[in-house]
Write a new protein. Structure first.
Length: 393
């Protein structure tokens, strides 16, 4: 049976590395829309079709992120090639089995049983810079043939760079220019990043490491333990569709704010969001009467939430004042809030030359906006007494 696949040079390079017996580690470093993810999906499909009884593990730090990126592309390609069979897809275990016995399993790194479970022939770690060194070790020890990694180089120091020093490793660097199927409108949008921020342009257009000096928040720290007590809880909610919808829990204790992401997912409709919030509230013991401070730019979403029993109020979206308020708190984020951690690293001021502006770059700001809504609301409420606003001098 012949299979015709339209592909970029990124697929060709990865497929060549797949068949090179001298290589064990294949690191895909590149910018946005370079076809890394799509090409690796194609490579995995070809590998499974041509090699019977193989197991491929496709992993990412969090499952919602994996489902919204790689899994969507993988099954879209399978359907476009007209080889997808519903009966072969175990949606409970997130495993697809090909007719020749080869399997592709999808799981996240918070599933320790699978991380430390059975062996696989091929590993693909998507957005591998989200993984820590122990994640890498556990996955590597249980991989028989090859390990593939892909990442945007937003970190200048990471274990991935040490992997590239190994004699059996190779680097495949790609940019949007390698994606011959990219529409001109998206090419212009990516190239316009240089007008917004040089660091973003280096990372997401050129696929090169670039350490920012313009990061807005520098005082946040991770935490892992359960909180002994807190005085108030406020949820911040920022709506998105192409961008993620972010629901962040902020727990306050005096001048400390502990933050944790509850929802961070793209392409959510009102119905999807209500369903997910019901589930998340039940899992975390949160009552529907809990105050949610939300972006008022989506009144129809707010109305749907209110009709479903949630206590939603409009946020004060003052950006500079809100950011200043966040900076007055000792700020912590839960160690499993990987998307939030990534936003903290990438949330930056706009700049013209060496001069910073009092306005953030409108990228990597979904969780950041949700946090700002909640904290600024808490700050303003703390200043209010008896219906009057006052300022302490």
């Amino acid at each position: 049976m012949r299979l015709d696949i339209k592909h970029t040079g990124v697929f060709s390079k990865n497929h060549k590395a797949l068949t090179d017996k001298s290589l064990r580690f294949v690191v895909n470093q590149g910018g946005t829309r370079s076809s890394k993810t799509y090409s690796l999906c194609q490579m995995v499909i070809v590998y499974c079709l041509t090699n019977p009884n193989k197991t491929v593990s496709i992993v990412r730090k969090s499952f919602p992120a994996l489902r919204g990126s790689v899994m969507r592309d993988f099954f879209e390609i399978m359907k476009d090639l007209e080889i997808y069979k519903e009966s072969s897809h175990n949606k409970t275990e997130n495993i697809y089995t090909f007719e020749n016995g080869s399997q592709v399993e999808f799981f996240s790194l918070d599933d320790s049983q699978k991380v430390r479970g059975r062996k696989r022939h091929l590993l693909w770690a998507n957005e591998a810079n989200e993984l820590d060194f122990e994640d890498f070790n556990q996955l590597n020890f249980r991989t028989v043939e090859k390990c593939f990694f892909d990442f945007n180089p937003s970190d200048t120091e990471h274990w991935l760079y040490s992997v590239l020093d190994k004699p059996d490793a190779t680097l495949i660097h790609s940019t949007y220019r390698d994606n011959t199927f990219l529409p001109d409108s998206l090419v212009k949008e990516i190239e316009a990043l240089i007008e917004i921020d040089q660091d973003y342009y280096n990372i997401y257009a050129l696929g090169l490491p670039s350490k920012s000096t313009h990061t807005i928040y520098k005082h946040q720290k991770p935490y892992a333990e359960e909180l002994p007590r807190y005085d108030e809880v406020i949820l911040g909610l920022d709506f998105g569709f192409q961008h993620p919808t972010a629901l962040i829990m902020c727990q306050f204790r005096e001048d400390i704010c502990y933050t944790r992401e509850l929802i961070y997912e793209s392409h959510l409709t009102s119905e999807d969001l209500v369903e997910k919030m019901n589930k998340v509230f039940a899992q975390n013991g949160i009552k529907k009467s809990q105050k949610i401070v939300a972006d008022y730019a989506r009144p129809e979403m707010i109305e749907d939430l209110i009709r479903n029993g949630f206590n939603v109020i409009n946020a004060d979206k003052s950006v500079k004042d809100g950011i200043d308020s966040v900076k007055t708190y000792k700020l912590f984020y839960h160690h499993e809030s990987h998307n939030m951690a990534k936003e903290f690293r990438n949330y930056k001021w706009k700049s013209k030359g060496d001069k910073l502006e009092d306005e953030p770059v409108k990228l990597w700001d979904d969780a950041m906006d949700a946090i700002r809504y909640a904290i600024y609301h808490h700050k303003k409420s703390a200043r209010s007494y008896g219906g009057w606003d006052f300022t302490s001098f």
